[in-house]
Design a protein around this ligand. Structure first.
Ligand code: HEM
Length: 106
């Protein structure tokens, strides 16, 4: 079982390919039990020891980017080539032709 299979289980994450951040919103005092299905860092005694650092780095990086650059534009990026999973190299990878998701900062 990989994180990819878990995170695209439509029973747990309906419409899993869509950006639906509110699915993580707290409702009735709980996270709808979704947190237990978020396995990007694995789970249990061998889960990632860098989890908190990684989450902090992601938050700081995104906050800095969006704070400094209001005007960003995707550059030569397509969903099929650069986003869709085509190779499972233990971690999900897009097609071999992909140069990654590229953005122009204006
Ligand atoms: C987005 C960033 C990261 C992701 C998605 C991630 C994901 C993972 C996953 C899935 C595992 C378990 C691998 C397995 O099943 O054997 C793991 C283990 C580990 N990660 Fe991370 N990681 C991230 C960042 C980091 C950072 C920043 C550090 C350290 C500064 C780190 C240190 C480790 C270590 C030492 C282990 C081995 C833990 C053990 O086997 O007891 N990771 N990580």
């Amino acid at each position: 079982m990989t994180a990819f299979i878990m995170h695209h289980n439509e029973r747990i994450f309906p419409d899993s390919w869509s950006f639906v951040p509110e699915r993580w919103a707290e409702r009735d005092g709980g996270m709808q039990g979704l947190e237990r299905y978020m396995v990007s860092f694995s789970k249990g005694s061998r889960q990632c020891v860098g989890l908190s650092l990684a989450k902090a780095e992601i938050s700081i990086t995104l906050a800095t980017l969006f704070h400094r650059y209001r005007d960003m534009e995707l550059f030569d990026t397509s969903f099929e080539r650069d986003v869709r999973l085509t190779n499972d190299m233990f971690l999900p990878q897009p097609s071999k032709e992909s140069r990654g998701i590229r953005v122009v900062f204006k």
